[in-house]
Design a protein around this ligand. Sequence first.
Ligand SMILES: [Zn+2]
Length: 180
Amino acid sequence: MTKLAERDARVRAAIEHEGRSARLFDYSVHLRDRVRPLPEDGLREAAEAVLHDVHELLVPREGQKLESSERFAILYDRLYARDALTRLTGSRMEVKRIEVSLSGGHPLAVCTGPWRTHKVVTVHGLTNVPLWYAGCGAVFPDSLNVRGGGRAWKDWCPLCSPEVANPARRLAARHRRAWA
Ligand SMILES: [Zn+2]
């Protein structure tokens, strides 16, 4: 077994009891290994269940700020769930409709600033790591836009929104330059 396969097996064993997360972990491995066609068995159910779990986790935190460690764990789960559903349904807006529906019409966002990727060299080669760095981590009501023609998901809470807070925009620009 290669080192990478050993690591995959270790991670999988650690999360196996959380069936939904294990399925999304498999999905992330398939993407990484460019498996074609992507196995779809149980993926939709797992992705919807994870989106539901993330929402349930965020509900009692509305109006509060998430610590950066938990923010990453939650947002990575949601990222893969949204990505899987986008692939399966062929539409980001369909994913947004699913989120609005499973949240009872009150979807929640986390203030992250724009999502960017950062190239990281690992022992397994070059990989793109998603980063969120400029937002304050606040949990707040997400957009209800399910019709397209605009953004499906909000990146900034009302306080950090660049239209409202120029300092936040300057901060984001500074971070972008630093990471470029
Ligand atoms: Zn914010």
